[in-house]
Design a protein around this ligand. Structure first.
Ligand code: GAL
Length: 416
């Protein structure tokens, strides 16, 4: 902790700074480049611009954050880190361990972050007892997004078991539609894998395999079955899935070209951005087999320690804006996620948002809330990337399910 630099400015300086004339600037590295994501980010940009803080945009397209983290590493290596960076879970912890993140404790104490940020997020926002990141949201990843008109046309009821889910996709495929909209990118493959592991093995198995990295669980028959389900899903994806961006896959459901997409609730941001309403043109439900559990991730902004006083004040203005209740509502309505504070009423959120908030609280109370492996909240980036490689190789037919489970054991062992 001694390596973390203490920011000298407090919220008082933030207030003072708002009168300064355009001297302050944040350079923000992020991967929010889809329509819904950009609209959500704009809420933050406008908030800061209203405070006289200039926004220097550093977007890295690709979704899921893998490419953004590569760019970040290059920027830090060349001695020129951005001032604020979108980060997920264990990445925050890795950067904090390198001693390069700013300490936000004073602001956090003034604004009582410790009281309002759920424990599951604080585990990532704090390092060695100090605040190093401000959480913007909680996303959950075990959702199915469905086109209502297509379900009605095909006579499909909301599936509640894996068998019903497969039967629904078969119906869509037989009728000439794409059953499952998917983009063949490692993080997207991993996103659906999270739900297959949870769906087949349940919470204890998810914990043992994805979090505890128990080799027996990783190589078990249960894991083989999770891979078999991945192969089943692969059979419902269209021929052009390879490399497709996640939001283009969402657009296929929005347009009625595809029946379902398994994706985190950032997908809702795309439906909303297209003018659609939850429960009306589109439906959301938990991936069959994962009901009662929630796999989550939380986007957080970490600040890189800088010497310049104006830059520090801008960083604090941004962290302060991110944590304000008004912002958390405005942003998350657009983003598809739910607030990273426990004291926000759910009444302004749509049907999926309200369901998400209730299920998150319920899962947290029941010990059924787990960090998403695909989104960096179950294990560290090197293990995560090792898992990505095996999952994607299997999804593209390189291994059968039994070999994939064996490869997973080996890859995780090497990566640790
Ligand atoms: C996730 C991130 C979301 C969303 C998604 C697709 O990792 O938490 O906010 O942006 O990637 O880009």
């Amino acid at each position: 902790m001694t390596m973390l630099k203490q920011l000298q400015f407090t919220a008082a300086a933030v207030a003072l700074s708002t009168t300064a004339v355009a001297a302050q600037e944040v350079e923000v590295l992020h991967w929010w480049t889809s329509g819904g994501e950009a609209a959500a980010l704009n809420v933050l940009r406008e908030d800061l611009s209203g405070q006289g803080v200039e926004w220097m945009d550093m977007p890295v397209a690709g979704g899921g954050g893998s490419d953004a983290m590569t760019v970040l590493r290059a920027r830090v290596t060349s001695g020129n880190p951005p001032t604020a960076v979108q980060m997920l879970g264990f990445s925050i912890q890795d950067w904090a361990a390198e001693g390069v993140l700013a300490n936000l404790d004073e602001l956090a104490a003034e604004q009582n972050w410790g009281e309002v940020v759920p424990e599951a997020l604080q585990r990532f926002s704090t390092y060695d007892g100090s605040w190093v990141a401000a959480p913007v949201n909680v996303h959950s990843t075990n959702w199915v997004w469905a086109n209502t008109a297509l379900m009605e046309e095909l006579g499909i009821e909301q599936p509640t078991t894996w068998e019903e889910f497969v039967a629904a996709m078969q119906t869509a495929q037989d009728a000439g539609y794409t059953a499952l909209a998917h983009g063949g990118q490692a993080w997207q493959d991993a996103t659906i894998f999270d739900s297959m592991v949870m769906g087949v093995g349940g919470p204890d198995f998810y914990q043992a395999s994805m979090v505890d990295l128990d080799p027996e669980a990783l190589g078990s028959e249960t894991m083989v079955e999770a891979f078999e389900r991945m192969a089943t899903l692969r059979g419902f994806v269209d021929d052009n899935f390879s490399g497709r961006d996640w939001n283009l896959a969402t657009a296929m459901v929005v347009n009625g070209e595809a029946l379902f997409q398994i994706m985190g609730d950032w997908a809702k941001g795309e439906f909303v951005n297209a003018g659609q309403t939850a429960g009306d043109e589109f439906q959301c439900f938990r991936v069959p087999g994962t009901e009662g559990t929630v796999t989550f991730n939380s986007d957080q902004f970490a600040m890189f320690a800088v010497e310049d006083a104006d830059a520090q004040a801008a960083q604090l203005a941004m962290a302060s804006a991110v944590m304000s209740p008004e912002f958390q509502i405005a942003f998350n309505l657009v983003k598809g996620s739910v607030p990273a504070r426990t004291d926000i009423p759910s009444d302004q959120f749509d049907a999926c948002g309200q369901m998400g908030m209730a299920q998150l609280a319920e899962a947290a109370a029941n010990g059924a809330l787990f960090g998403s492996m695909a989104h960096g909240h179950a294990n560290n980036p090197s293990v995560q990337n090792a898992m990505y490689d095996v999952i994607t190789a299997h999804f593209n037919g390189e291994y059968d399910a039994a070999t994939a489970a064996e490869e997973l054991v080996t890859a995780v062992e090497i990566a640790q």
